[in-house]
Ligand binder design. Structure first.
Ligand code: GLU
Length: 475
């Protein structure tokens, strides 16, 4: 291979620079936006299994044009400063694109969560949270983490509790972190949010026939062959919803220990259970098991969903990718070099900063809920139902007077009367966000002849918004 693969951080910058070259930004502002404002590294010890273990963690703040800054905390042995900074930069662009009023940040801890039991993980997480809280790197108005790879509701609940212990009089303490369990200040629909966002993104894409044609596809999501890499929280929910609600055919699932392929369609729920029980896909009784799972990335399919790690589609395999449409459910799954190869091949890529923004969007709803100290819909729901009742009563009168000529549909009354609960409101807000953001990105793609792809269009929209925010402040 003659071309060198750029690092994740370089990849993000290359994509950023491509977009900036098409913009007319005030001097100096381009660099101000591109660079990471600060990255804090912490090394701390925890006494575990009779000895002192030292852990290394990071919290990087990319842009503070809006505060708080927002972004997940990742637990993995592969965590490093370069990765955390790249992910923090992507958070800035992501938040700007979907109009969540945050700057970008990201955190990571070098730890393998499978190596430690629950009690040990709690000690490690609380200790890391302590270091970050102490420096306002976890704070409801300054820096609000969330789940990412290797973390979930459990870790967020520990972090929130740790912050509360250190800030006993902060009435907004719950808003210091999002992705908490529903019974501990969380919001309905946060766990599924990123996967749900991927589904809404694809639905919106398929509402744009010109865009669908650009990928060489036609029709709807129904019957489309999908290969998903990573059946973690994001990949699992995306694949499940596409299969169960949109009629897509999941033909391939790639996991750490290999992949499963079945042209007739895979039962996502069954594979998920198998993974939970056996730790991987190996031995799954139906379909074909492929030991080198990444080969399945190169299989024929309509939609490829990389939902695991960064850099999985790279200079080495990009030319062999057959999918005409890739949706980046993970952050940075396509390297800058691969992006170029795929663009030349005419592959349409729905970029990460849009495709996986469902998580931070619902995090935003959770944060607002925490700050307002009231569940969404609590004030309006019954009042809405009462107003609907008036209409239903009138319709029922009509129903009676019309005899056999007209009647109310079976469960119309029940369905119409029911006011929206929190989950429905969250889904509606997420759907609206994903549609609006897609339109802003797609408009730029179509209106500007110098913009070749959705990723560049997404960067243009985001960078412009961040630049406007800096300019308004006089920076
Ligand atoms: N970790 C997720 C992401 O990469 C969610 C971030 C958040 O909710 O703040 O977008």
């Amino acid at each position: 291979m003659s071309q060198r693969e750029p690092s994740f951080r370089e990849s993000v910058d290359i994509m950023f620079n491509r977009a900036v070259a098409l913009m007319d930004l005030a001097p100096g502002i381009e660099e101000k936006i591109r660079v990471c404002n600060a990255t804090y590294t912490v090394r701390f010890g925890v006494r575990l299994r009779g000895e002192m273990k030292t852990f290394t963690g990071y919290r990087s703040v990319h842009s503070e044009h809006m505060e708080p800054v927002k972004g997940g905390i990742r637990f993995a042995t592969s965590v490093n400063q370069n990765e955390v900074e790249a992910l923090a930069a992507l958070m800035t662009y992501k938040c700007a694109l979907v109009e969540t009023p945050f700057g970008g940040s990201k955190g990571g801890l070098c730890v393998d969560p499978r190596e430690w039991d629950e009690h040990e993980m709690e000690q490690i997480t609380r200790r890391f949270a302590y270091e970050l809280c102490k420096r306002d790197l976890i704070h409801p108005s300054q820096n609000v983490p969330a789940p990412d790879m290797g973390t979930g509701e459990r870790e967020m609940a520990w972090i929130a509790d740790q912050y509360r212990r250190m800030n006993t009089t902060d009435i907004n303490a719950n808003a210091c972190v999002t992705g908490k369990p529903a019974h501990a200040g969380g919001i309905q629909g946060r766990v599924e949010a990123t996967g749900r966002g991927v589904q809404y993104a694809l639905r919106e894409f398929f509402r744009h026939p010109d865009d669908v044609r650009a990928a060489g596809l036609d029709g709807s999501l129904d019957g489309k062959k999908v290969i998903v890499q990573g059946l973690g929280n994001v990949g699992y929910h995306a694949a499940k919803f596409l299969k169960e609600e949109d009629g897509s055919l999941v033909t391939g699932i790639i996991e750490r220990d290999g992949g499963v392929f079945d042209p007739d369609g895979i039962d996502v729920e069954a594979v998920h259970h198998w993974i939970v029980k056996h730790g991987g896909v190996k031995g799954y009784p139906t379909g074909t098991y492929v030991e080198n799972g990444t080969l399945l990335l190169e299989q024929d399919c309509d939609i490829l969903i990389p939902a695991a790690l960064e850099g999985v589609i790279n200079l080495e395999n990009a030319a062999r990718i057959k999918a005409p449409l890739i949706i980046e459910a993970a952050n940075g799954p396509v390297t800058a070099g691969a992006d170029e190869i795929l663009r030349e091949k005419g592959v349409v890529i729905i970029p990460d900063m849009y495709a996986n923004a469902g998580g931070v969007t619902v995090s935003y709803f959770e944060w607002v809920k925490n700050l307002s100290h009231i569940r969404f819909g609590r004030m309006q729901r019954r009042q809405e139902e009462a107003r609907h009742e008036l209409i239903v009563r009138e319709l029922e009168r009509l129903d009676e007077s019309m005899g056999d000529r007209w009647s109310l549909n079976g469960n119309f009354k029940e369905r119409y009367l029911r006011g929206a609960d929190e989950l429905e409101l969250v889904r509606s807000g997420l759907d609206d966000t994903m549609r609006t953001a897609y339109q802003s990105m797609s408009n730029v793609w179509h209106e500007r002849s110098d913009v070749e792809d959705l990723r560049t269009a997404a960067y243009l929209v985001s960078i412009d918004r961040v630049a406007q925010s800096y300019t308004a402040k006089g920076l």
